[in-house]
Design a protein around this ligand. Structure first.
Ligand code: CA
Length: 246
């Protein structure tokens, strides 16, 4: 599917006369940072420490959920009930410690270029992450200068319902002061893409790990790229290139 076809499909579905995004809502882990391998390792170690049987690679499937959601998912499978709020908090803290002890992660290849293209064209950029981990959040200003000031961040601490619920993306739109039809959302995980699509934003899925592209289409993406570099090469096509209207 070409960018133009994807945009026309989106406009038709939403009964829009034009497409002119003014804000981009951008996921963090696996999108801005190549961090998902470390997260999967940290989750796997933490759960193994408390004797919950799990597979390292299954955590790629839960990517985008808040920490508490992921803990409860595994608790229900192992014990048939949620963790207590105190327990969940402590376990998420432990997972955060394990993650922060791992070697530093690099920004996703192509992410800096993608973000800079948006900023150069005066598109407001908003962070929309399920994470509450300062390890990466505190690096945003250094790695993506000027892109995600503190008032333009939605983290796991700011929402009552995490992805796949649309609340994080809706909150991001509210920070940027835009309606869904003026927002594009960028996410690498099926759960994030589901949340973005449900929010009404034009949803761009990017494959940056082991999850197949088809899973992002199935989750409701308007278009899917095989890498962040491929999105960076094409991001201009979404920024009102020819005042597209039908
Ligand atoms: Ca992600």
């Amino acid at each position: 599917m070409t960018e133009q076809e994807a945009i026309i499909n989106y406009m038709t579905r939403n009964e829009l006369m034009s497409f002119a995004p003014t804000a981009a809502l951008i996921d963090m882990d696996g999108t801005l940072y190549d961090s998902m391998g470390h997260h999967a390792d940290a989750w796997h170690r933490m759960m193994s420490e408390i004797g919950i049987d799990c597979d390292r690679d299954e955590f790629f499937m839960y990517e985008g959920r808040t920490g508490v959601d992921t803990i409860n998912l595994l608790f229900r499978r192992a014990y048939g009930h949620d963790a207590s709020p105190e327990e969940a908090k402590e376990l998420y803290r432990r997972k955060t410690v394990l993650f922060s002890e791992m070697p530093p992660v690099a920004p996703m290849k192509g992410a800096g270029r993608m973000v800079k293209s948006l900023l150069d064209r005066h598109i407001a950029t908003v962070l929309v992450t399920g994470s509450g981990q300062n390890t990466l959040i505190s690096r945003l200003d250094t790695d993506f200068p000027g892109a995600f000031p503190s008032g333009m961040r939605v983290t796991g601490h700011d929402v009552t319902k995490g992805k796949p619920h649309p609340e994080p993306f809706l909150k991001g739109m509210s920070l940027a002061g835009v309606h869904p039809e003026n927002a594009i959302a960028i996410d690498n995980a099926p759960i994030g893409v589901m949340a973005a699509a449900a929010s009404g934003a034009f949803t761009i899925g990017v494959k940056t790990g082991p999850i197949p592209e088809q899973a992002l289409w199935d989750a409701g993406a308007d278009i899917v790229y095989p890498s962040m570099d491929a999105l960076a090469d094409n991001i201009d096509k979404f920024i009102n290139p020819f005042n597209m209207s039908i």
